[in-house]
Design a binder for this molecule. Structure first.
Ligand code: GDG
Length: 479
């Protein structure tokens, strides 16, 4: 395989975060693939510049080359805070009520995708394979094709893919999806999102989908497949075994003085179902007064996307709910919800997971959800905690031995908390063993390997294949 060019909205520079244990499993895995294959990780630096110049900041850290560009304030407003996080993110999480359509957002999105294409184009060599990530960059491949890039290009969508009827509410949805069909491989987290995508191309675009999930479009053969992402199991096991994890574990345990611990760890995002989770916990406390005073919910929720109004709103809602629930159920020496608006280093997080008797992972909609997998990996197999998992997280498709819940049903989640706390040791062990096998087998290296092998191995574009029977005669649009 040639070099790997990874393109994503943001770039995780290895040495900046790695030493502190702050880098997530995905970044660690992509960096390790870049070290193996050679190549470049390209994206936005996160910085703004008064005027876009296309200047590339190239760095080499810990064996990985990164190339970043700065964006103008208007780009950040319209592309990142706008089309990506106020239009596509809510729509892809089925929140049509929060989805904002603004022509400027759409224009900013296209402009920034063009800026990405202009800047990365000179870095791409003929044998490189290009791997684009996520909803920020859906049209990028089509712009690169327009510049004559003929390399294999793959896309992985980290979010859910919405049902056709929801997607159809997006102005120019057809143009957006058509632009995606300039990839060679399109990956989704689960078969559910994959099926939604295939439904769209069949019903809205009238395209045929082959038995092997290939789509033929303008002379190109696109493979669409599910590649469930996982955690970096060896890396996370190391974090769990670290002294910092043990210290965090002991600190949390000591602070609750024998009480049971429920844990939630989520970016502060409305898709994560935090409000519903807090209400379910309040319901549990009201339904089980004998347990009040004996159970603590630790919710770690580092703020994210604070420039977007719906994120400010969720933050206010949660502060209000926490105050209300704590006011109703606290005592002089006890507060039921510890709501913490900050992030912790990964090693400490691993220790908190291990100390918790139950994890509440209850998103209303989630592409996969890695917190569920991290919690399982952090448990003591001899005395494991219980995972309560939303049926609407992609992770639920494989983690069937968790206690699956509908996060909208406050009653059901409250009852499930009770069940989790009362679960006998042998059942906990049995469930955990099966969950752990799934987390270990489908870890991030497996995901990476499957995606890259598919991107590398599949037959090339139809026009390059030897006389396929159904080969269209049209020229590929952008080659
Ligand atoms: C998107 C998709 C998909 C959280 N708090 C802290 C912290 N975290 C880390 C967790 C976990 C990661 O952030 C969150 O990953 P998720 O998968 O739960 O969710 P998203 O951020 O929404 O990610 C999602 C994922 O992409 C991958 O494809 O699974 O569906 O939405 O790793 O541990 N990390 C540290 N301190 C914290 O306080 N160090």
């Amino acid at each position: 395989m040639g070099r790997l060019i990874v393109i994503s909205n943001r770039v995780s520079v290895p040495s900046a975060a790695g030493a502190a244990g702050a880098q997530g499993g995905l970044a660690v895995a992509l960096n390790s693939a870049l070290r193996t294959h050679g190549g470049i990780w390209f994206g936005w630096s996160g910085q703004e510049t008064a005027e876009f110049t296309g200047h590339l900041d190239m760095q080499r850290n810990d064996g990985v080359t990164t190339a970043t560009i700065d964006l103008e304030p208007q780009d950040i407003d319209e592309y990142y805070n706008g089309y990506a996080n106020r239009t596509l993110w809510p729509l892809f999480h089925y929140r049509i009520d929060l989805t904002e359509y603004d022509r400027n957002f759409g224009e900013g999105y296209e402009r920034v995708n063009e800026r990405f294409a202009d800047s990365v184009f000179p870095l791409i060599e003929p044998d490189d394979i290009v791997w684009i990530h996520d909803y920020h960059l859906l049209p990028l491949a089509s712009i690169l094709r327009g510049k004559g890039v003929q390399n294999r290009i793959g896309l992985f969508v980290h979010t859910p893919w919405p049902p056709t009827r929801l997607l159809a509410s997006l102005p120019f949805h057809d143009r957006l999806v058509a632009s995606m069909l300039q990839h060679d491989v399109i990956g989704f987290q689960t078969t559910e999102w994959l099926e939604s995508f295939l439904h769209y191309v069949q019903k809205e675009m009238g395209l045929k989908v082959g038995l092997d999930n290939t789509i033929e479009y303008e002379g190109r053969r696109i493979v669409a497949r599910a590649f469930p992402i996982g955690i970096d199991y060896p890396e996370f096991s190391e974090a769990v075994a670290s002294p910092a994890a043990a210290e965090a574990h002991d600190r949390l345990k000591a602070s609750v003085r024998g009480r049971k611990i429920l844990i939630g760890v989520d970016r502060l995002d409305y898709s994560k179902g935090l409000g519903e989770r807090f209400e379910s916990f309040a319901r549990f406390l009201s339904d089980h007064p004998e347990r009040t005073g004996n159970v603590v919910l630790l919710q770690i929720a580092p703020p994210s996307r604070g420039d977007v109004a719906s994120y400010q709103q969720i933050r206010e809602d949660l502060e209000r709910k926490t105050g209300h629930i704590n006011g109703a159920h606290a005592d002089v020496d006890f507060v039921p919800i510890r709501y913490v608006n900050r992030g912790y280093p990964r090693n400490q997080l691993a220790g908190f997971y291990r100390a918790a008797d139950v994890a509440l992972v209850t998103p209303l909609r989630d592409g996969m959800n890695l917190v569920a997998k991290e919690y399982i990996a952090a448990q003591d197999p001899e005395d494991p905690g219980v995972l309560v998992l939303s049926q609407f997280a992609g992770a639920a498709l494989r983690l069937k031995d968790a206690l699956l819940v509908n996060p909208h049903s406050v009653e059901q989640v409250a009852e499930t908390i009770q069940r989790a706390l009362d679960m006998p040791l042998d059942e906990r062990r049995r469930r955990h063993a099966k969950l752990l096998a799934a987390v270990r087998d489908e870890d991030v290296s497996h995901w990476l390997d499957q995606f890259l092998r598919t991107l590398e191995d599949e037959d090339g574009p139809v026009e390059a294949a030897p006389e396929p029977a159904t080969q269209p005669t049209t020229e590929p649009a952008c080659s």
